[in-house]
Every structure is written in structure tokens, then in C-alpha cells.
Design a protein around this ligand. Structure first.
Ligand code: ARG
Ligand code: ZN
Length: 880
């Protein structure tokens, strides 16, 4: 059924307190829930309807007396609930061992874990499982002492002890009222890294990271990240840790990255465990940002939560923004901050832009959904974070901090809406560019799609004025408020003044123009040479920009822009123009000397960081290229990108050698600091380029060097980089390297995931990648039951390897349909994600489009499909 935002009604009852008791058993766990319930006087008198799924009720008592109730499609209804406050007791059972959906209470590796967001709590016991019902929880857990020595839940441990039959118990109390989605429980044979810390306010806290026995030495980075997050949130936003104890637990079977349960964060091990030998630089950085993200939720999500799930971006957009800011502050140096920003924008363009123009397009605050799990999307998260960033751009950093303070003053302990956040930001900043046009700004929450901004300038040499005309368009939607951070650069690199006609002098060399009309012009005075406009600096708004700049203009920005983001962007645009021209004309791509020389200057630049060079020399992603086209031929895009890559490899061979020699060895032990990370990334790119050109005179030498480096590498970043160079370059030694890698790491599931993923993403050559993936489905290490493993192979092919997936014989789509159906029977949430590989099928050219439609229809024809997959495929069909 379709749930609509406009249908929101306050709950008919409140649950103020809950006492939960768990007798944990993998096959039959008994849950007893004692709730203190009261009617919500503001709502019409009616029955009490509790949510519940896949659970068996044993008894229901009101004020100690059994009461009549009925169960109807996933609800338990009590028609004659008392008017006065009452005690409700429900006893039920559930089966954690059979819970392959990994929502609610489930087992993984012989331990118990929970995942309750968004609607998993109802799979544990009957409840008002909605975020605006907040209760104080006390949890008693009883379990076998040998199998489950560690018993954890939210809050503080208040009691523990022994029971008969080798069982024991623990009782936890969480003093903060919370919605049911933040409940958590863990029971198992786990060990913890512990650290005591004192916060600025002088309070002592115990931090613990729980993992399986062998993984303890891989928790140091997570612990350091947690401490850094605490320090940062206190310094930047004055938000301290409000609990005596803060626990983080790792689990191998998990649907997402991690979960911010109050005081008991639960993490996918892939987002928690790190060691130099088994994790890449990208893993280290992802772990730091996810640990921070979940920690930051303690305020933005837990202390102030969402009134309903349509408001999801209230906590997710804001918390992603906070973790992005944290990562930038950790990177410290301005150039390293720019690298963070470029990576975030690349991610947004690769994931959110296609989403916003495809079958699943939805506003940051969706208007309706069938299955809320389908709306944990790049739009809600990443575009939501961009919306929060625009507040900061419009009110300034200090103004933003004031807005946050007011938000917590007003709403601490409440379940609120995106409007409440917007209002706090505006009210804390009277007279600001935001407050002047708050209603228009809020269209960012309600308008789907990526706005297109067009910019054209004209220079008048006589009056020395430059007039910039900005216009916006988004499928006829009302104009949005678009902050355009900008500067003007002369062709010789001069930074030009930014004084606007009709205003007092302006001295900065950067400013923010606010575009809030369909079209607006801005006239700059005293512009002494013809400028190149550098627009949307730092990607100041999530839009597609058409600035009409020529190659010469872009080369000027690539060389001279003071904004590192726009320097990178200029290089990307030069590449994009060439790739699009080749694809549109259907002619083979041939790179010109101007472009190659520009890339050579970047690569050999004495001042630029290695990290920036790597980003600048990496071509735009195929998904982002596809977004620029009305009709998409994935094979043509791939061919153009491959040609561009090979030509860069050939034309810059000597420069790649120099880059590899300069960055390939780092003295001292492994450190994931921005400088070392940048060097490793550039060395890996250089090596990939050197192995790629199999026709070069010294091709065999570089293949041998790559193999040697793969064998001798002192860390996973170098090892996987060398392996990827061999596999992606189609080197003869690739197979033996893959075999060796597997033998070396077969005992480490997270590394085996990398091994599958590398093969699933390998560039397609004569169908070999696709055939290999099909063969790997039968590998003894492969299983659909573990989400990380399923993602490593199947998602790699269907979501991240367009040329292997979109086949003229439709075998990729058949594979997709088979896997969606197989996964749906195990884990609907993961299946729903995979289903989204077809989001953009309507743009495909022949023969892909009809073949894709047929595969989608085949999935949709299955009668007992989960609501998760059903919603995705129905929307895909409706978009055609
Ligand atoms: N709130 C979690 C986070 O972003 C994600 C939980 C997603 N859960 C889900 N069932 N979709 O940190
Ligand atoms: Zn989150």
C-alpha cells in the first residue's frame, strides 16, 4: 500500500515506558514487553493498533488481566483499550535463526544482533513502531552463558548475574526516551577494545568496540575515529557525548553500512575493521566517515529525531553533511579538503544524478512510498547533505552554527520535521539571504530532479563591465534558490574584482550570487580584462551547469583557477566534451594535443598534490557521462572511455613512469594520512596506465613490475592496486595473481569480498568478464545470504560494470532478473537495491531497451514478490 506524507496523523496512543525481557534462543526467542500506555487526547477515540510482523503472540494483558484482541494483516488490534493510562503486557516469540532478511532480531556467526530502522522493531514484538512514539526502555536479557557471554543493549548496564542451567542475565536502562527504531540488542561471544575518555565538560566516558575474537587488532582505527568524532562535535557544534558508555559492535551480516542505535551502534564489519594488510586507503577513509556519521547521529537523529519517515533527510542529510565536514576538517590542508569535496561530488554525480532523472526520482522529502527501505537513497542522503550545505553557504559558517544551536534549543527530545530545521536556521539568522526567501529555498525539499543552470557572459571592453546572465530550468518546476559561488579569472591568470553594479565596493575575490528567479543578470564593474567566469565553485549547489565555456576558457581555469574544485572540474569538462563528441558522432575517439598537453602539465606539475593529480587524470564515470545523453549506448560510452584511457596511457607513458617512480615508494610504516594516500593513489593510477598499454616496447617489463609489486606489497592499497592493474589491463599474469591473492586471504571474508568485486568490475573484453562472474556464482566462497558477498559479485556487475552488464544478447538482464528473484526470497532489502540496476532503462538504445523491459516484466510477473522489489519494478515499468 502507498503511504502518503499528507496523510500523517498523530498516534492515537503514546507508549511512555517499556520493559522488555528476552529469553534468547536462536530458534525460539521469547519476548515479554510491558508497556505504559496512554491515549493521545488530541486524537479521536479509537482502537489500539500495534504493528507486528513474523511473530507469534502468546498472551496480551491489560492491567494484569487478559484482554480480547485480534490480529489482522501485520497488526494486533485491541478494540476496548481503557481511557485511563494502563499497563499493557505482550508476550510473543520470534525466530532469529530463520531471519535472513536481517531486519529485527537475527543471528550472524552464532551471535544475536538487531536492526530496527526503519520498521524492524515490529519483527521483535508488537509495538507502535513509528518514530514519533518515544519511550524509555529497560531491557532484561537472559541467555546461555557459554555461547553468549556478552549481553548488550542501549544505555547503562544496571545489573547482571548468574541463572540456573548455565544461563546468565544482564539488565540495561536507557534514560533517554527514544523511538523503537533506535532499540538494539547484541548477545554473543565478543571481545572489546576499550578506551576511557574525558570530555571538555569534565565527564568520563567508556568507549568500547566489540568484535569477534580474532578481529580485535583491526579495531584501532575505528576507536581513533570515534575519539576524533567526539572531539570534533564538541569543538565545532558544542555537542558532547551524553552517555557514560558508548558501544560500537561489528557484524558480518548487515544490510547497510551501520546503524546509530542509542549508545549501541551496530556496524557492518566492512565499515569497522581495518588493518594495513587487509584494508585499502579507501576503506580507512570510509570507516572514519561512517564511525563519525553514526556518532553524529546521537544528536542529529537521536536527541532530535524524525516525526515520520518522510522526514528521513532531516537526520540523514544533516548527518551526512556533518560527516563530510568532519572528514574535511580531519584532512586539514586546503588541498586535501578540496580532494574530499571532489570525491563527494563525484559520488553525488555517479549515484544521485541518475536517481533524480530515473524511475525512482523523488524529492529530498518524498511525498509517498510503498516500502520505506527503498528510500534510504542517494537523494535523501547525499542530495539532502547538499541542501544542508546550501544553508551554510547562505547564512555563513557562524550563522549555521547559530541555527544548529537554536534547533537543539527548540527541539531536543522531540520528533520533528524538515520544516522545523529550516525554521530554526532562518530564525537564527534574521536578514540573511536564506531568511529573505525561506519558502522558495524549501522547494529543495519538494522538487525532484536536478535543476539545469545556464550561464552566459558578455564583456564590454569600453565600459569595462561584464554581465553574467544566469537562468535555471527544472522540467517546469518553480525556480529554486541556487547559491552560485563564483570568481572571475583573466586568461593570464589574473584574479579580477567582483564589484556588482549598484552596490558599495566589494573587495573579496570570491562571492556567492543567489539565483532565485528563472533568469537573472549580474553586472560586474571595473573588470579590466575579458574574464573567464569560474562558477559554482566548490560545487555550491547540486545542479547541472551549462556555462558555454570554450576549450580555451576551460584550459584557463584548469591552469589558473584559485578554486581547486573548479580546476578539477575544468579538466573533467575537457574530457567529457571529447567523449561526448565521439559518442554522439559515432566516430572513434581521438584525443587532441591540447588536451593531452594539459593533462601532461597537471601530471608533471611541481606544486599540485598527488591526490589532486590522480583525480584530475581520472576520466569522468560512465554513469555520469550517460546522464549527459538523451539516448544511451553503454557500449559506445565504454568504448570512448577505454580509448581515451589507452591514449592517455600511450601519450604520457614517460610521464606515468616518472609519476610511478616519484610516488611508488613511501618511507616508513603505513599511514593513511592525506599525503601518503594521495601518493599511493597516483602510483596505482600510473601503474594501471603502464600495464594498460600492452603494445608498448616495455610492456612486459611493466607487467612484471606490477606482478612483483603485487607479491611484495606492504599494504593492501598497493597490493590491490597492482592486482587491479593486472586484471583491468588484461595482463597474462592476472589469473595467477588472482589465484595467489585468494590463497593468501581466503580466511578473511572482507578481503575475499574485494577479490570477487575486482572480478565483477573488470573491464569487459569479448564477454570474458561476464562469463567469469557467472562461473564465480558457483565458487565455494560465494553465497547470496551474506549481503557483502552478494554485493561484491552481483552488484559489481549489474551496477558498476555497464559494458559487461548491457549485452546485445540480453544475458546481463537475464542474470539480473534471476538474481533479484533469488535474493528476494532471502533478503528483500538487498533485492530491492539490486532491482534498481534498471532505473534508467528507458534511456537505453536498441537492442538494450526492449530486452531490459522484458527482464523487468519477468520480475514483476512473480506473484509473491516483496513490497521492496515490487515497488522498484512497478516504478521502472511506469517510467517507460
Ligand atoms: N540510519 C542508518 C544510517 O544512515 C541507516 C539505516 C538504514 N536501514 C535501513 N533499513 N534502510 O546511518
Ligand atoms: Zn545515517
Amino acid at each position: 500500500t502507498l503511504i502518503r506524507r499528507e496523510d500523517y496523523l498523530a498516534p492515537a496512543f503514546w507508549i511512555r515506558k517499556v520493559e522488555l525481557c528476552f529469553d534468547l534462543d536462536p530458534l525460539k526467542t521469547i519476548v515479554t514487553s510491558k508497556m505504559q500506555v496512554e491515549r493521545n487526547a488530541a486524537v479521536a477515540h479509537g482502537p489500539l493498533k500495534l504493528h507486528g510482523e513474523e511473530i507469534n503472540v502468546l498472551r496480551v494483558l491489560i492491567n494484569g488481566e487478559s484482554v480480547s484482541f485480534r490480529t489482522e494483516d501485520d497488526t494486533l488490534v485491541i478494540d476496548n483499550a481503557p481511557d485511563a493510562d494502563f499497563a499493557l503486557e505482550i508476550r510473543n516469540t520470534c525466530c532469529p535463526e530463520k531471519n535472513t532478511a536481517l531486519s529485527g532480531l537475527y543471528t550472524s556467526g552464532g551471535s544475536f544482533f538487531t536492526q530496527c530502522e526503519a520498521e524492524g522493531f515490529r519483527r521483535i514484538t508488537y509495538f507502535l513502531d513509528r518514530p514519533d512514539v518515544m519511550a524509555v526502555y529497560t531491557v532484561l536479557m537472559r541467555a546461555d552463558k557459554t555461547k553468549y557471554p556478552v549481553l548488550l543493549s542501549n544505555g547503562n548496564l544496571v545489573e547482571q548475574g548468574e541463572l540456573d542451567n548455565n544461563r546468565h542475565f544482564a539488565k540495561w536502562h536507557d534514560p533517554f526516551p527514544k523511538p523503537s527504531y533506535l532499540f538494539a540488542l547484541v548477545a554473543g561471544d565478543l571481545v572489546a577494545r576499550e578506551q576511557r575518555v574525558r570530555t571538555r565538560g569534565g565527564k568520563d566516558h567508556l568507549l568500547q568496540v566489540f568484535v569477534r575474537r580474532g578481529d580485535l587488532e583491526k579495531t584501532e582505527h575505528a576507536m581513533n575515529s570515534l575519539i576524533a568524532s567526539m572531539v570534533w562535535d564538541e569543538a565545532r557544534f558544542k555537542l558532547p557525548l551524553d552517555l557514560e558508555r558508548f558501544m560500537v559492535v561489528g557484524v558480518s551480516d548487515f544490510n547497510m553500512g551501520a546503524m546509530e542505535n542509542k549508545g549501541l551502534n551496530i556496524f557492518n564489519t566492512s565499515a569497522l575493521l581495518a588493518s594495513p594488510a587487509t584494508s585499502t586507503d579507501a576503506d580507512f577513509s570510509r570507516i572514519e566517515s561512517i564511525v563519525a556519521h553514526e556518532y553524529f547521529h546521537n544528536w542529529t537523529g537521536n536527541r532530535v529525531t524524525c516525526r515520520d519517515w518522510f522526514q528521513l533527510s532531516l537526520k540523514e542529510g544533516l548527518t551526512v553533511f556533518r560527516d563530510q565536514e568532519f572528514s574535511m576538517d580531519m584532512a586539514a590542508a586546503p588541498s586535501a579538503r578540496a580532494v574530499c569535496r571532489i570525491q563527494d561530488v563525484r559520488q553525488l554525480r555517479a549515484m544521485q544524478f541518475p536517481e533524480d532523472s530515473g524511475a525512482m526520482a523523488h524529492p529530498v522529502r518524498p511525498d509517498s512510498y510503498v516500502e520505506i527501505n527503498n528510500f534510504y537513497t542517494a537523494t535523501v542522503y547525499e542530495k539532502g547533505a547538499e541542501v544542508v550545505r546550501m544553508y551554510q553557504t547562505l547564512v555563513g559558517r557562524a550563522g549555521f552554527e547559530k541555527g544548529m544551536t537554536l534547533y537543539f534549543e527548540r527541539h531536543d527530545g522531540q520528533a520533528v520535521t524538515c520544516d522545523d530545521f529550516a525554521q530554526a536556521m532562518a530564525d537564527a539568522n534574521p536578514g540573511s539571504e536564506l531568511t529573505k526567501r525561506l519558502d522558495a529555498f524549501k522547494r529543495w525539499y519538494s522538487t525532484p530532479g536536478t535543476p539545469r543552470v545556464t550561464a552566459r557572459g558578455s564583456y564590454d571592453a569600453i565600459s569595462r563591465t561584464y554581465t553574467l546572465t544566469l537562468s535555471q530550468q527544472n522540467n517546469g518546476a518553480a525556480p529554486q534558490v541556487i547559491p552560485v559561488a563564483m570568481g572571475l579569472i583573466g586568461h593570464g591568470g589574473q584574479v579580477l574584482p567582483l564589484e556588482l553594479q549598484g552596490e558599495a565596493e566589494y573587495h573579496g575575490n570570491e562571492r556567492v550570487l543567489v539565483l532565485d528567479q528563472a533568469e537573472q543578470s549580474f553586472t560586474f564593474l571595473n573588470v579590466f580584462v575579458e574574464p573567464v567566469p569560474s562558477l559554482l565553485r566548490g560545487f555550491s549547489a547540486p545542479v547541472l551547469l551549462d556555462d558555454g565555456l570554450s576549450d580555451a576558457d576551460l584550459l584557463t581555469l584548469l591552469t589558473h583557477d584559485t578554486d581547486a574544485f573548479n580546476r578539477w572540474e575544468a579538466g573533467q569538462r575537457l574530457a567529457l566534451n571529447r567523449i561526448l563528441a565521439a559518442v554522439r558522432s559515432g566516430t572513434p575517439l581521438q584525443l587532441d594535443a591540447a588536451y593531452v598537453d594539459a593533462m601532461r602539465s597537471v601530471l608533471n606539475h611541481p606544486q599540485l598534490d598527488a591526490a589532486f593529480k590522480e583525480l584530475a587524470l581520472t576520466l569522468p564515470g560512465e554513469a555520469y557521462i550517460a546522464e549527459q545523453l538523451d539516448v544511451v549506448d553503454p557500449q559506445a560510452i565504454h568504448a570512448a572511455v577505454e580509448a581515451a584511457q589507452l591514449q592517455l596511457a600511450q601519450a604520457l607513458r614517460a610521464d606515468w613512469v616518472a609519476a610511478f617512480e616519484a610516488n611508488g615508494t613511501i618511507a616508513g610504516g603505513y599511514q593513511p594520512d592525506p599525503v601518503s594516500v594521495g601518493k599511493r593513489s597516483l602510483a596505482n593510477l600510473a601503474l594501471a596506465m603502464l600495464v594498460l598499454d600492452t603494445q608498448a616496447a616495455d610492456a612486459a617489463v611493466w607487467q612484471g613490475r606490477a606482478y612483483q609489486r603485487f607479491k611484495d606489497a606492504g599494504n593492501m592499497t598497493d597490493r590491490l592496486g597492482a592486482l587491479a592493474a593486472l586484471v583491468n589491463g588484461g595482463a597474462g599474469l592476472a589469473d595467477s595473481a588472482l589465484e595467489r591473492f585468494h590463497a593468501l586471504f581466503k580466511a578473511d571474508p572482507l578481503v575475499v569480498d574485494k577479490w570477487f568485486a575486482l572480478q565483477g568490475r573488470a573491464p569487459e573484453r569479448e564477454g570474458r568478464t561476464f562469463a567469469k562472474v557467472k562461473a564465480l556464482l558457483k565458487h565455494p566462497d560465494f553465497t547470496l545470504k551474506n549481503p557483502n558477498r552478494a554485493r561484491s559479485l552481483i552488484f559489481s556487475l549489474c551496477m558498476f560494470n555497464p559494458a559487461a552488464f548491457h549485452r546485445a544478447d540480453a544475458a546481463g538482464y537475464v542474470f539480473w532478473a534471476d538474481q533479484v528473484l533469488a535474493l528476494d526470497a532471502i533478503n528483500p532489502q538487498v533485492a530491492g537495491r539490486l532491482a534498481r540496476a534498471m532505473d534508467r532503462w528507458t534511456t537505453l538504445t536498441e537492442p538494450y531497451r526492449p530486452a531490459a523491459l522484458e527482464a523487468i516484466r519477468r520480475v514483476a510477473a512473480k506473484p509473491d514478490l516483496s513490497p521492496d522489489v515490487r515497488e522498484i519494478v512497478e516504478r521502472a515499468l511506469a517510467s517507460g
